[in-house]
Design a protein around this ligand. Structure first.
Ligand SMILES: [Zn+2]
Length: 334
């Protein structure tokens, strides 16, 4: 064993771990500023720019250290074919499509017993599953449709998020496969794995925040058009019924509390420490998400429900004050 190799990989592994912790701390501060700060537009730009920088940096450093670009290209190609096959096999299929209109917006009701709604970037149309439409009131459905039309409005951010999602998918599975190629059991290979695992966590962290910001932006659009109570109720119902998948037909009439009561709980729980811990937990979810690819080609890209409600609460207060998008100069709220 070359002692210089051992020294350099030890330094690289620990530097990677420290860089990950530093980025985690910084990103949780930027994200908190975005959710709770007085200037969401500036905070959004900072959070996205920081996430992209972390993503690109960790990816480039991993490639340079591994020097296995040819293997990676082969892995990526195989992955692309696999992802396409999985998507075709498991994507949510409409058993029947029916065009409808609400609040001047055209959308497709897709017959399916899974409660869900999405924006079809290719067909440029909003889709709502028949099960979701069934469990929402008209006001709540309107809120969902405005969230999805937010995806049409923020098309560039949405497409950029998709690009990051795909890069994340290829990077984490590619790196995981490269780890399995390191067959020899030695200190150097253990340190290399440590180095790669911290890179996986950092890439997952930044991709997660970019996806969350994309969703939050559309939530803000929906809030402006539909009001707090219907959108909060629609979000909660989508999470509850959606998480039950096909078993959602076993329940009916979920009663949602008043926004005021929900806000009290959220305010008490969305502390800086909890945001840090949530991002920490999500960044280490990548092994589970890689396994999830068997049934779903993407990791879970939506923010946790309490954080979505927290952003609605902040934004609603700003609307009431008459300054929803007011640009202010200032530092992020830490
Ligand atoms: Zn969305």
């Amino acid at each position: 064993m070359d002692s210089l190799d051992l020294l350099s990989i030890t330094v690289a592994a620990f530097a990677q771990a420290i860089a990950y912790l530093f980025f985690l701390y910084e990103l949780s501060q930027h994200y908190r500023s975005y959710v709770f700060g007085g200037n969401p537009q500036v905070a959004r730009k900072r959070a996205i720019a920081f996430s992209v920088a972390v993503f690109a940096l960790f990816l480039c450093v991993v490639l340079l250290v591994l020097q296995s670009i040819i293997i990676l290209v082969v892995v990526l190609f195989v992955m692309a074919v696999l992802v396409r096959a999985i998507r075709l096999r498991f994507s949510l299929r409409c058993l029947e499509r029916k065009e409808e209109e609400l609040d001047g917006i055209k959308y497709i009701v897709c017959r399916s017993d899974v409660a869900n709604a999405w924006y079809d970037y290719r067909g440029k149309i909003i889709c709502v599953s028949s099960r979701l439409k069934e469990v929402l009131s008209e006001e709540e459905l309107k809120a969902v449709i405005h969230h999805e039309s937010g995806h049409a409005k923020h098309r560039k951010l949405g497409l950029f998020t998709s690009f990051i999602d795909y890069s994340w998918l290829y990077a984490v599975t590619g790196i995981a496969l490269l780890i399995t190629l390191l067959r020899e059991i030695s200190l150097i290979s253990m340190l290399t794995i440590l180095y790669l695992v911290f890179s996986e966590a950092a890439i997952t962290l930044s991709a997660t925040v970019i996806s969350w910001v994309n969703e939050h932006e559309c939530d803000r659009e929906a809030l402006l058009k539909s009001g707090l109570q219907p959108f909060m109720a629609a979000l909660i119902k989508t999470y509850v019924y959606g998480s039950l998948r096909r078993y959602s037909s076993f329940i009916d009439n979920v009663k949602i509390k008043e926004a005021k009561e929900i806000i009290d709980v959220i305010t008490a729980s969305a502390t800086p420490k909890q945001i840090y811990n949530t991002l920490l937990k999500y960044s280490w979810n990548f092994p589970k998400w890689i396994l999830d690819l068997i049934i779903n080609p993407f990791y879970y890209t939506h923010p946790p429900l309490p954080l979505r409600l927290a952003l609605l609460m902040t934004y609603h207060t700003r609307i009431e004050l008459g300054t929803p998008d007011k640009e202010q100069k200032g530092k992020p709220v830490h």
